[in-house]
Ligand binder design. Structure first.
Ligand code: MN
Length: 380
């Protein structure tokens, strides 16, 4: 895990990323109009809001509970309970807003840092889910033009979480919920978790499916240093395919799911997934889904740029999913929000597409203009 500075991070673009590569990508469906630094809005105030939608915080109570289960040993499995990342995670006041101002971020969609409360005992997880949602709501009330948020969810108790999601959205004004992938190695294709999905669909809010340390079966194969850069994508990508493969999205046809990190590698694999799904099910005469895997993905999923504000993956993802499916995020404070904005400003896409990624798309998917304080826009 890196700190929130840009030291040691190479920002040099690969030599292969030249004009011809960009124009070739544009021909696949992107709207490439300018090379980095040409025609970008980096220099001045943008003509649109910049909404950053996967921005993490924690609380002293969550840290204390995590330290207890981790026996005081700093562990990514229990969240960043120590180290330089902790102070900015705990700060939802002046320091964070100063960082947002420096980066040029108008609104952060706050979410409790991974693994949420999913590593805690059920009763404690449910209690902390409720109190942390109240804390998010109070934080938004203190800075109503700068923050909105996603509800903590505790899959250890799906029924209580469904009730709490309703309260968090309809009473507290939160814009959806967040689940940090597996809970004790179990995924949302298990029917026992479905009351939470049913609640999200009924409330017409998205669920953000965020990574955490890979489940035990996956994490055992990770080399040191690759748990995040590779393991998080494998973990959530696997989760996505489990949802598709189990028919969960036939059961909840209006469910919206947001995933980070430019789609956790799924967008670039979509064609191969379809192709080999048809081959494999045909070869072994297995029952097929009502739709192709890619059709479920393109219908139910939106992807954010958290931790992945790099031009090649962005252009590829737009080509695969269309511009309406991509949303800006930084992953503050685990990533530098300032670097993320600078990268987005320099992306080789049209300014109109940047407006969709940073403003229009998150506003629609998270329903931000349904009474968001400070908004002058009409309800979508
Ligand atoms: Mn994150």
């Amino acid at each position: 895990m890196s700190g929130n500075d840009s030291s040691g991070r190479s920002r040099t673009r690969p030599a292969a990323w030249n004009r011809r590569a960009l124009l070739g990508a544009a021909a696949l469906g992107g709207a490439v109009t300018a090379l980095p630094g040409q025609g970008s809005t980096a220099a001045g105030p943008a003509a649109y809001r910049r909404i950053s939608c996967e921005e993490a915080f924690t609380t002293a109570e969550i840290v204390e509970a995590s330290r207890a289960v981790a026996h005081g040993v700093p562990s990514m499995r229990s969240g960043p309970i120590a180290g330089p990342i902790l102070p900015p995670l705990l700060d939802v006041g002046a320091g964070r807003i100063a960082d947002m101002d420096a980066a040029g971020v108008d609104i952060q969609i706050l979410s409790l840092t991974a693994p949420g409360v999913q590593h805690l005992e059920k009763g404690l997880a449910v209690a902390l889910m409720r109190s942390t949602n109240d804390y998010i709501a109070a934080t938004i009330r203190a800075h109503p033009t700068r923050y909105t948020g996603l509800a903590v969810m505790a899959p250890q108790d799906p029924a209580a979480t469904a009730v709490e999601l309703d309260r968090a959205v309809r009473t507290l004004g939160l814009r959806g919920g967040i689940i940090n992938s597996h809970t004790a190695g179990e995924y949302l294709d298990e029917p026992k978790f479905w009351p939470m999905l049913e609640a999200a669909q009924a409330l017409d809010v998205p669920i953000y499916l965020h990574p955490r340390d890979p489940a035990p079966d996956l994490s055992g194969s990770m080399l040191p240093g690759f748990a995040v850069g590779w393991g998080y994508g494998v973990e959530v990508g696997t989760h996505v395919l489990r949802l598709i493969g189990a028919g969960v999205l036939d059961r909840f046809p209006r469910l919206r799911i947001v995933i980070g990190h430019m789609g956790e590698t799924i967008p670039v694999l979509l064609d191969r997934i379809d192709n080999r799904y048809l081959w494999e099910t045909g070869l072994f005469n297995r029952p097929r889904l009502a739709r192709l895997p890619s059709e479920y993905f393109r219908t139910h999923f939106w992807v954010t740029t958290s931790g992945m504000n790099y031009p090649a993956p962005l252009v590829a993802t737009i080509a695969q999913l269309g511009i309406d499916r991509v949303i800006f995020a930084a992953d503050y404070p685990l990533e530098s929000e300032r670097d993320a904005v600078r990268e987005m400003n320099a992306m080789p896409i049209a300014d109109e597409d940047k407006r969709k990624i940073c403003d229009t798309n998150p506003a629609l998917v998270f329903g931000l203009d349904r009474g968001l304080p400070g908004s002058t826009k009409q309800e979508p």
